[in-house]
Each structure stands twice: as C-alpha cells, then as structure tokens.
Design a protein around this ligand. Structure first.
Ligand SMILES: [Mg+2]
Length: 224
C-alpha cells in the first residue's frame, strides 16, 4: 500500500493565512458587511461557499448565490494584490524535496481556486503544472468534504486510506477523518494544538520544518 503525503497549501506550506483573512475582510467590507477579523480567521481553510454561507448566517443575512459569487471574486482580487507578500513557511521547500528524494509521493489539495493557489505554489519554487495539485475548481466539494484529498491521492496513484493529510486547520483534519487518512496538524496557520487534536490530528508539529525534523516518526521506512 502506498502512503502518500497530502498537503493543504495555505498555512501549511505557505505563510498566507493572514493575507487570505485580510482579503475576505476587504471583500466583505465591499459588500457593506463589517465582520471582526477573528471570525473570518476561524473559517479560513474551508470551502469558500460554505465559508460565506456560515459567516452570513451568523450575521443573520440572506445568502444568495450572486452575493457569494461576488464575494469570491472580490476576495480573489484583494488576495492577488497581497500575494506578493506570501512566503514559504520555514522548512516547506526542504520537506517536499526530502519526500521526493525518499521516493515518498506527495500532492497538494487546496480549498483555494487555481487563481489564488498559483502564486502560492510558485512561491515554493514549484510550477503548478509540474506537480500533483488539486484546487477547488477541480472537485465538487471543498473541505471539510474529503474530495480534494481523494483526488490528490489519485494523482499520485495512492488512496487516502492510510495516507497522511497534513494541514493547519480543523477542516483539514475533519476531511482527513472522512476519507480514512491520518491527520497531521501544523500550528503554522494559527489554530491551537488542542483544537487540531480534538479534530483528529494524530501528531501536531509547529511548521513544515518541525515536521521534517520528526519525519522518522511518521514516514514509512524506505531503508533499514
Ligand atoms: Mg490551510
């Protein structure tokens, strides 16, 4: 059985959570919706549609598809104007290089659409076309549904059962549990250790560099 490493992108490999929060904050403000930043942060990493649905419901506002579409487009515009600030998280480039060197398959499954994922992937020194990358545009449902990770595993000839899902949010951990994968939580997106563990994370590390330092705890052995 192939063990694949299925990564979330924002807050897991790249340091982009605050730019996403800021972009949603601005997009909502464009719609006349003033929402505290922490409420937005709590929902980052889940599907954009679900995210706006939940936020607007909390505000007691009517949710219609046009508003959701408009918010999504405005978020993408604002995000792209901030994305030049986004940097890889410590150790992410080295972690992916190490997995490749050990012949351990890895892929990325992100709730973001290709338009916002592209600059983030490039910031890792990777070409979006040259890696196994699954974006929101390519599956029916995003996290906490498991579709993104199921498709990411398929791209590297693996299944999610027994593979690892590595993410910074509870939505990643819930998606992992729903497809039989083992959740690994990273603190680099701002969620706490207890929250990630309660959502199913088997191990929690600070960031990709910390996970690389503990790879022998989780990686299948490729040599004695
Ligand atoms: Mg994330």
């Amino acid at each position: 059985m192939t063990t694949a490493f299925l990564f979330d992108l924002d807050g897991t490999l790249v340091d982009s959570v605050y730019q996403h929060v800021r972009a949603w904050h601005l997009a909502l403000r464009d719609e006349g919706i003033d929402l505290s930043v922490w409420r937005i942060h709590r929902k980052i990493g889940m599907s954009g549609g679900l995210f706006t649905n939940q936020l607007l419901r909390e505000l007691g506002r009517e949710v219609d598809l046009e508003t959701i579409d408009r918010l999504r487009l405005r978020h993408a515009e604002h995000y792209l104007s901030l994305s030049h600030e986004v940097r890889p998280l410590p150790g992410s480039v080295e972690l992916l290089q190490t997995l490749s060197a050990l012949d351990l398959p890895w892929a990325i499954g992100t709730s973001g659409r290709l338009v916002t994922a592209e600059p983030n992937v490039r910031s890792l020194g990777l070409e979006p076309d040259a890696i196994a990358l699954v974006t929101r545009d390519q599956v029916q449902y995003a996290k906490p549904d498991p579709d993104l990770f199921v498709e990411a595993a398929r791209r590297v000839d693996a299944t999610t059962v027994g593979s690892y899902v590595i993410g910074d949010s509870i939505w990643d951990m819930l998606a992992a549990a729903r497809c039989g994968a083992l959740g690994i939580g990273l603190l680099s997106g701002g969620y706490g250790r207890e929250e990630l563990e309660r959502a199913g994370a088997l191990r929690v590390y600070d960031d990709p560099g910390d996970m690389l330092g503990h790879l022998d705890e989780i990686a299948p052995r490729t040599r004695d």
